[in-house]
Design a protein around this ligand. Sequence first.
Ligand SMILES: [Zn+2]
Length: 122
Amino acid sequence: MKMTPTKNNPRYANGNLRRKHRARLRAMGCECGICHGRFGPIHYDEPSDAAHPLSFVVDEIKPVAKWKQFGYPSARAAAEDWNNLQAAHYFCNAQKRDKIVNFSLDFGQKMTKIPSVSDGSW
Ligand SMILES: [Zn+2]
């Protein structure tokens, strides 16, 4: 008999669960978990891209890249933990990614412009 190689792809399964979490967050319609609504409600109906800074993305509260530090058995476990996920603005999520350390709740008040990325001196 013939095998269908795409059926058992773990990345596909992973995406499936993440899609479910995403749909659940969208259905809840919460405010942004990062700025707590300071930038207004999340625009759930817009595509998630840089052209729509208030669009909806799934934010990992504890950064998946630091899964070991937070006691997860794997990066995937951190990404799939429902309790580690919250709805966020595309914009806020992008800022947070750059400032994983010491990210503070009052960030929404301090944010006056989009900071430029600096590579520092070589
Ligand atoms: Zn926000």
